[in-house]
Design a protein around this ligand. Sequence first.
Ligand SMILES: Nc1nc2c(ncn2[C@@H]2O[C@H](COP(=O)(O)OP(=O)(O)O)[C@@H](O)[C@H]2O)c(=O)[nH]1
Ligand SMILES: [Mg+2]
Length: 487
Amino acid sequence: MARDSQPRELVLSLISHTNVGTTALAPTLLRRDVGEVADSAHVTTVPEAFTLLEKEGRVARLWDTPGFGSNLAKLAKRLRSNDNPIGWLLHQVWDRGTDKSLWCSQEAIRNVQAESDVVLYLVDASQSPSSVKYVDLEIEVIEWIGKPVLVFLNQAGQRDPERERLNELEWRAHLSRFDIVKNVDTLDAFTRCWTEEHHILEKAVEVLEGEKKKSAKVLRDAWIERNLETFDKAIEGMAKWAEFALSDTEPLPKKGIADQIFQLLNRSEHNEELDRIQSEMYERLAEKTSTTVNDLIALYGLDGETAAELEKASKGEFAVKRDVEEPLAATLGGVVSGLVGGLSADLMSGGMTFGGGTIVGMLLGGATTYALARGYNLTQTGQNMVRWSEAHFLTQIQFLTMLYLAISHYGRGRGIWQDPVNNPTHWQEVLQQQLNEESDTWSKLWKKGGINSDRGTLPKPLKKALRQLLVRVFSQLYPESKEMFRR
Ligand SMILES: Nc1nc2c(ncn2[C@@H]2O[C@H](COP(=O)(O)OP(=O)(O)O)[C@@H](O)[C@H]2O)c(=O)[nH]1
Ligand SMILES: [Mg+2]
C-alpha cells in the first residue's frame, strides 16, 4: 500500500459532499490554478493529486476528489447492514455517465481507502448540521475505512469571529459522536487567512504516528517558514512605500509666497499653486500605492490588479478609501472646502509642514506658535517645502495595511483579485486600536521623514514598525497562530 511504504510522503485528501468547495480550496492552498470550480454537482469527476510542498525529501500531497454524491444516502440501509460495506461499495460497477453520483462517491471512497493519511472533510458552514443529513453518512463511510478526519467549515462568508465560533461549536457538538473526527475548524477557501493554513499540517501532526508524524512536523515547519518569508517580503514592499510617503516633498514657489499664505489664512482666494502641488503629490503617491499593492497581490499568488478598481470604488462602498480621502482633503485642501480651511485645520492638528524661516514669520501668530511648539521641521533648509502630514501618513498606513489584510485573506480559489467592497469591521477596529497604541513609534517615524529625511535610516525602523503592527493585528485576529511569529 502506498501510504505505509512511503512514510516520507504525507497524503491529504480533500473530500466533501459535491459542490461544497474542495476544488476551490486546492488552488487557495497551492497558489496556482488547478481543477474546475463551478456551482453545480460533480464538476470534478477524477481524483487529482498535487504537490503541496516538499522539504528534506518529504512531500505533502493534496488530493482533490470528485466528492460524494447525493445518491449515496439511498444506499445507507444496505451499507449499514453489510459486513464489509466498503468492500461492497468499491466493487460495485457504476457507469461514469449514467450513475455519475454513485461513481463519484466511489471515487472519493477509493481515494480515502488507497491514498489518504488524513481526510480533510469540508462542510458547508452556511447550513446548520441538522439540515445537511448527508454529512453523517459520509463521515460514517470514512469511519468504516478508519482514516482520521479533520473537518473544515467552508462557505463561511465574510469573516465574523463570533459567528465562526458558534458555527464551530455547533458542528463540534454534532460530530462529537464520531471518534474519527479529530478536529473542527473554519477554513473557508475564499476568506481564509494565510496565517491559518498551517493548522491543517499542525492537526495532521497530532493525528499521525511514527515517521508520518515526523513528516507532518517537517512539512508544517516548512509551510510556516515559507509563509513567513512571504510575509517579510510583503513588509519590505510596504516599508518602501512608507518611506516614499514620508520622504516625498514639493517645493513651494518662492515668489509671492508670503502673500499667498497670508491670503490662505485669511480664507481668501483659492490657491492654484497649492492645488497643483496637491494633485502632483497625490498622483505620485497613488501610483506608488498601486504598484505596491499589485506587488503584494502577486506575492500572495493571486492574479489581478488593484488600481482601476480602487479608483472606481465609490466613497460609500470602500470604507478605508473614504477614510483616506477625507483627511487628504483636509490636509492639502479639497476642491470643495477650499484650501484655506484645510491648511489651518492641518496646522492645528500638526499637519502640513512648511520649511523656511521667512514663511514662519509670515504665518499668523497662533498657528505658528503652535506649529513651532510641536517641534516641526520648519527651518532646516531655508527652502519652502510641503510634505504629507502626520495624520495623512497614518491614514495611508491604515489604508495600506487594511488592503494587506484583505490580500492575506483572499483565497486564489475565489478567482482573480477584486478590491474589497466591505472589509470586516473587526479588522478595522483591531488595526485602529493597534495604531493608537503604537502612535509614538509612528510619530517618531514621521518626524524622521520630510525635507531632511535621511533615506538610509528609514527602511529599517519602518520595517520593524510595520512587522510589529501586523504581527500584533494577526495575533489578535488569530490567537492560535501567535506562536508562528515567534519563530
Ligand atoms: N463563499 C464560498 N463559496 C465557495 C467556497 N468554496 C467554493 N465555493 C463555491 O461553491 C461552489 C462549488 O465549489 P467547488 O470547489 O467546485 O466544489 P466541489 O464540488 O467540492 O469541488 C462554487 O460555486 C464555488 O464558487 C468558499 O470557501 N466560500
Ligand atoms: Mg470539485
